[in-house]
Design a protein around this ligand. Sequence first.
Ligand code: BES
Ligand code: ZN
Length: 649
Amino acid sequence: MAFKLASVSTLALTAALGLTMAACTSMPGWSGAGTAAPVQAPAQVQWVRDVHSHARPEIARVHHVDLNLKADFDRRMLAGTASLSITAEEGAGEIIVDIRDLDIHGVRSDDGPLDYTIGEESPFIGKPLIIAIPFTEGRIHIDYSTRPDAAALQWLTPEQTAGGEQPYLFSQGQAILTRTWIPTQDSPGIRQSYSARIVVPEDLKAVMSAEMLTPEGEPAGPGERAYRFRLDNPVPPYLIAIGVGDIAFASLGERTGVYTEPSMLEAARAEFPAVESMVEEAEALYGPYLWGRYDLLVLPPSFPFGGMENPRLTFATPTIIAGDQSLVALVAHELAHSWSGNLVTNATWDDFWLNEGFTVYFENRIMEAVYGRDRAMQEQVLGWEDLQGELADLPPEDTRLKLDLAGRDPDEGMTNIAYEKGAFFLRTIERIVGRDRFDAWLKGYFERNAYRPMTTAMFLEDIRTHLIQGDAALEEALMMDAWVYQPGLPSNAMAPVSQAFDPVDAAARSVFVEGGAPPQSLWQGWNTQQRQRFLAWRPEGHQAGQDWLSDAQLKALDEGLGLSAAGNSEVLFAWLQIAMTHRYEPAVAPTEAFLKGMGRRKFVLPLFQTLWGEGEWGRDLARRIYAEARPLYHPVTSNSVDAVVGVPD
Ligand code: BES
Ligand code: ZN
């Protein structure tokens, strides 16, 4: 990309321009429940080059997005205007925003039409929309519409919802999908506040990751209602999110609640009584929750992730509603992102571990505070086992915390390395310096860096300045450079231990090694984490696809423990993985029902991979199931499965 000013283009990489983001945000000093605390002004923003965006923020940047969109369910299209408030350097002459699969109908300033060009498409990244700007401060209005197959959006038919009566729409922006529904600078280092007016059919409700200004909506055109939203806290654009459907609300606490379809509301309300105390414990650990309300949106089953930390409104899969609160660590996780990720944000996707590793660490601290040390340690041990599996599967260069994702889809960085190696790195520091010192540093880290992008190098600088403070022995003991820049695990990593797993491991040995009967009565007394531990057992040196059980053993397990009928999605998934690896016929129907009943990629993709590894038996089955299930999935899930099974004709 060539710039109009040679003197500006030399600033392109990591120049610090001394921009204050305070100048970018209007900051009414409100207070009261549900309203976010005033945004603190970060001192300086260092622009770091993001290879997954066309934007050049060092030359011209977006600081507020105002959307005026109509949701057209018949055409599966959002159409209207994105008004971008921008700041440019003197003489910049143009601003570049990211678009992918958007139809641009025109670009205007407040005074009239603006010239624009659309550049070449790059894989994953989309195209640059280059707009000529005759000013350094002002607004540009982009008239546009989305495509029916916009990768961020899923348009559900009524049959794909719980209620079965109304259609549904939801978005998933992370990592680089927001540009498929909003033309803006879609880079995690370019924070933007936003506001929106969304027009929907009158029997539907719109919700967004923002303050809901019109909870009941307001009259719009015939048969339509409009909903308005505002988020004054500047956020990376991947956190702008929308849901539209037959959506009801139940309060959980003073500043917490849950939105979902009416038929799901009671189950959701009953699952999440702990949410308010999670917010309190999180604040007690690492400082005030700065976003006002914390609500959940429990989506229809095709939601492709477990959870997504959209500000003020975590999006969650209904598969975490287990009936016994056993999977609520996911809520602790998404809540923790309100600090790690949403306040202190990975500057680029190469620094993804700064979002997820910190969040898994913080999540587990919330779980410990609310549910006790024993439960927290069980979850740590399960995470450690996942990490060992990931380390064995990935090429060593992908096991560094700091990644180099140039030329790759940022999705490829979404591994247990970022999540679990990242978390165990922080636990290693905690163990060596002591919890009190570690907590004081981490609280300060969130405070010092709130509303700012963070790189791995900046993190190292922060911890050296504020925690290590030149202590050479401590520096050596922590092995920080090895943790972030080297593959695998440094020698100071320590496996967590949970005594609650001792009887589980003994039972697993007796069943799986000695051929004993399934531990029916023990199983009844085990919690979900113990059941997951039991089902995660594999023989020493086990390779993917290898069998280790006989048909008789599978039958005894299935019938003795009621596995194919398990209501807990994690337990059912773990069992179906075992059953399909062994081509265990009685579990084919439950597998098919599971794969057609939800679209969470973490469950769907590994099951299809397992089937695909089982020769023609599994491949025929995978093709048959996928032909029917694919239309139910969000593009995030179907794109991943397409790469394994292929696109059905
Ligand atoms: N932010 C992630 C989800 C994500 C990451 C979406 C990268 C797109 C790209 C979210 O916080 C997350 O980690 N979800 C996990 C659950 C969590 C408990 C580990 C998930 O969805 O499984
Ligand atoms: Zn996360």
